[in-house]
Design a protein around this ligand. Structure first.
Ligand code: NAD
Ligand code: DAU
Length: 338
């Protein structure tokens, strides 16, 4: 039976997917959303601007690892959905510490707080990267967890903590494992927004290694709807894959961007590969489909709309790319790889 909720705390809701999810709750489901977010370099109040002033919307700045502040913000909420995380694989390779603090300790504190408050449902938003390289076939939820990077290892630890809390303390928590997500409002350190905005700025597109790594692309609104389905229908203690069903190599993605922006192949710069780079991710999402979810956005339409969104919303990403957090990262990571 579907659960209903009146007010949901959306941790990490000032980021990419969480902000789309908060909007989905408010606008499509009439559910109040309290966005709780630390506002790290990736958190962005611009992502929430259109909801500001809505009586069903509130924003609280805070860290999920700060149990006291989290408990105050969650007062009156009947569910918590946790998007809060350090999310960039390359940053986890350069500096893993923050990933352990948020994705492991922060996730633990969030679940402990939810337990103490008697929260009716918790969704821990995780990733297909916990399965590591999927050389052939598609990973279902029972696939072994073989994470490759400090990021995916920290997310896998969060998944295991969630299952432990479900079994030992009967916390009603589900885990979602989404595939590579794209769409408006994604921080421009990730492949698609980095390449599109670099192309728009006249900069080169730094393709790692041979560019033949494969990812399964999922539109952000489909990802948000998948998480909502698990919130309403998911069985506690269970994981649910949320895959787009659109496998593409990085070269194919790059070619689409070049074509859409009318740029030559020479705009691509082949750079040193990411250490430990997973070659392929692929998800079997049939379990979530039995709950009525399926991805609705056709990839060709979604990627074209996304490229156009970055073209038409330069102020959104120019503010980020001209800031210190971004420029220091670019110098630190890319300078030595060319
Ligand atoms: P993002 O980096 O855009 O946003 C993360 C948000 O979390 C930011 O607003 C940040 O300020 C906030 N945050 C970070 N540490 C925090 C802390 N300690 N306390 C409170 N807030 C904190 O990330 P995203 O791409 O929207 O990803 C959201 C979730 O979805 C993550 O858990 C990620 O692992 C997962 N995921 C992402 C993808 C993808 O392709 N983007 C795919 C599958 C799963
Ligand atoms: O699969 C889900 C995951 O997808 C999420 O859990 C992560 O939070 C999210 O960041 C994403 O991880 P990836 O490592 O797959 O995404 P990223 O955009 O960093 O890279 C996608 C692919 O593009 C990957 O094979 C590396 C490659 N790449 C990336 C960058 C930033 C490049 O070739 N050049 C680049 O400059």
């Amino acid at each position: 039976m579907a659960q209903t909720f009146s007010k949901v705390l959306v941790a990490g809701g000032a980021g990419f997917i969480g902000s789309h999810f908060a909007r989905l709750l408010l606008r499509e489901h009439g559910i109040a959303a309290v966005v709780y977010d630390k506002l790290t370099y990736a958190g962005n109040l611009d992502n929430l601007a259109d909801m500001d002033g809505d009586p069903g919307f509130a924003f609280v700045q805070g860290d999920i690892a700060d149990a006291g502040a989290l408990a105050l913000a969650a007062h009156g909420c009947d569910a918590i959905v946790n998007f809060a995380a350090e999310t960039h694989v390359d940053r986890s390779i350069a500096d893993p510490e923050a990933f352990l603090e948020t994705d492991v300790t922060g996730t633990y504190r969030l679940m402990q707080t939810a337990l103490e408050l008697g929260i009716g449902k918790v969704v821990q938003v995780s990733t297909d990267e916990v399965y590591g390289d999927v050389a052939a076939g598609s990973a279902d939820e029972d696939w072994p967890l073989v994470p490759s990077s400090p990021y995916s290892a920290s997310k896998a630890a969060g998944d295991l903590l969630a299952f432990a809390f479900a079994r030992t303390y009967r916390l009603p928590v589900c885990v979602t494992r989404g595939s590579n997500t794209y769409g408006p409002n994604q921080y421009p350190e990730k492949l698609i927004p980095l390449f599109v905005t670099n192309a728009l700025e006249g900069l080169s597109l730094p393709l790692y290694g041979d560019g033949l790594q494969r990812r399964d692309w999922l539109h952000v609104e489909d990802h948000a709807r998948g998480v909502a389905t698990v919130l309403f229908e998911g069985e506690p203690g269970q994981a649910y894959n949320v895959g787009g069903g659109n496998e593409r190599t990085n070269r194919e993605i790059t070619d689409i961007i070049l074509r859409e922006l009318d740029l030559p192949a020479s705009a691509v710069k082949h750079v040193e590969d990411r250490p430990g780079h997973d070659r392929r991710y692929s998800l079997d999402s049939s379990k979530l489909k039995t709950l009525g979810w399926q991805p609705l956005m056709a990839f060709e339409r979604g990627i074209t709309q996304t490229i156009r969104w970055y073209r038409d919303n330069r102020a959104w990403w120019e503010r980020i790319k001209s800031g210190e957090a971004f420029t220091q990262w670019r110098e630190r990571w890319y300078a030595g790889r060319e």
